[in-house]
Design a protein around this ligand. Structure first.
Ligand SMILES: [Zn+2]
Length: 119
């Protein structure tokens, strides 16, 4: 069976592998227990490198987001904003994030568990 590259990369990352492209070379780091995925990645190296390059291009460029908090909240005067993924500032008191990091971590864990159970 030939699984899709994004599926293979996701499974490899789930199993603890760290993969990135350095000087046009595919670098795979991780535990020996994930060796089966490492070998599959290396087998399909050109596709994996292309996928990782593509993925990196789609990442938001955080360097373009102005992170200096210069404008206080118009309601409470707080100078400590939180930033959404689109780069907009919000007041944690008047406009708190919908999910906290621990909430998201727990949700991600549950998704991972249910995905593992189905394979
Ligand atoms: Zn506020």
């Amino acid at each position: 069976m030939n699984r899709s590259i994004d599926d293979l990369v996701e499974k490899a990352r789930d199993s603890g592998l760290d993969l990135f492209v350095e000087d046009d070379k595919l670098v795979v780091q991780g535990l020996k227990s994930a060796k089966v995925f490492a070998l599959q990645l290396i087998d399909r190296k050109p596709e994996v490198v292309e996928f990782l390059d593509d993925e990196r291009r789609h990442f938001h460029d955080w360097s373009s987001v102005p992170l200096e908090a210069s404008v206080p909240c118009s309601k409470c005067g707080s100078f400590m904003p939180w930033w959404d993924v689109y780069g907009y500032a919000h007041c944690p008191t008047c406009d708190p994030p919908l999910y906290s990091a621990p909430d998201l971590r727990e949700k991600a864990g549950r998704l991972r568990d249910s995905a593992d159970g189905s394979t």
